[in-house]
Design a protein around this ligand. Sequence first.
Ligand code: HEC
Ligand code: HEC
Length: 404
Amino acid sequence: MSHLRLSRIGFTLLALAACGGADADTSPVNESQTPTAPSPPPVAAPPANAFPDVTAFLTLDLNALPNFSAPVYPVHYDAAAIARDNSGANPVTDAGAALGSVLFHDRQLSINGRVSCASCHQQADGFTDRARFSVGFDGERRTDVHSMRLANSRFQSDPGFFWDRRATTLELLSTEPIRNSIEMGFDSSVGGIDSLVRRMRTLPYYPELFRVVFGDTEITEARMQRALAQYLRSIVSTRSRWDDGYARVYSLTAPNRGLNVNVPGLSAQENRGRQLYFDPPQQGGAGCAGCHAAPTFALAAGVRGNGLDAGEQRAFKSPSLKNVSVRGPYMHDGRLATLDAVVEHYNSGIRGGPALDQRLRGANGQPLRLNLSVEDKAALVAFLHTLTDTELLSDPKFGNPFRR
Ligand code: HEC
Ligand code: HEC
């Protein structure tokens, strides 16, 4: 972009010189044109704004992009944890994720300009929605399932996004909400994504942004998907009271990498909850870690259902439990309002059915009953509260980049 502007200025100078008369020097070197005039003192030119259309609308500085591409992983995000990264052929770049953040916060991506992705995925709420069912673009109709927390989706090793796992990659998922007739409204009746692309071409900041990321100004759904997925994968949670303490006792060679020893900085109650979380039921624990795996707390591979309904055939997924205490309600239909209710579900409410995971069955295949004491249930909830990553919830890098 900057060289384009410079060459435009160069062209103007040449044109002026040509107008000056037959003796005008048309060579691009024009310092000696008025040899008798005293040369003005050198004044530093104001820094050229190479991206005027972007800076007019966005606080994003394309010359100094935030670091999206290289998160600083703590020691317990070891090779085995990071290997679960599902970026594949679309690695996170600073520019790509920055474009993704603009798309994520842009209300113009909904048919009537009222909602953005961020409307239902609020950073301060752990990238989910306070409402049990989210209000769509028309301000009335609501989604039929609860919105999902977005942190650490990068580390989900089992393909399958959305509660019912129908999206196989974050790329394919990322433009579904735009096409959805309730959420953002660019469905086939209004021409789908093509009609959004026509709108985006008229928004001054997009051609520049797409050029910076992809080398030319062409806007396509595939490019939007790449940028949105990069932004989603950049939302990594590596800090919480549990992370900061566990990093001090983590060891690659310790049994279970030190997950079963007391974590410094946690209270006795929180550490009791931690023990229940990580120990399997056969050892007196609650076995949560068998499915919501540390250190990312994303769902492990091969997990089936958690027994919410008797006879359930579908195996829903869960987003990472990082920031789970920030906001309920919980489960795909938001049926459980509090973490106490969640723990009580696992303690006494598991229902049998074809989709019920083996880990939640007793020795006879029946739904597991944990029979936890009142104190242990409270301890488990206290432990879930230690997974809150306040740094992520307020990091300006993930905030709204629009000026308006
Ligand atoms: C009107 C509310 C709403 C809007 C707008 C919205 N979402 Fe969502 N989001 C949801 C709901 C509800 C779910 C769960 C949907 C389901 O499972 O069928 C969800 C699920 C997701 C997931 C799945 C997470 C996982 O771990 O499986 C991702 C990622 C996501 N949304 C990203 C986005 C992006 C990107 C946008 C904008 C292009 C967006 N959302 C716009 C409500 C919304
Ligand atoms: C067999 C695997 C499995 C085990 C073991 C398990 N869960 Fe889950 N968990 C799931 C699945 C699958 C879901 C999503 C269910 C749904 O919404 O339909 C889920 C959902 C959740 C949610 C809701 C997440 C959200 O964003 O709404 C919480 C909280 C939770 N589990 C906590 C726990 C705790 C605490 C334990 C231990 C007592 C535990 N889980 C044990 C599989 C498991």
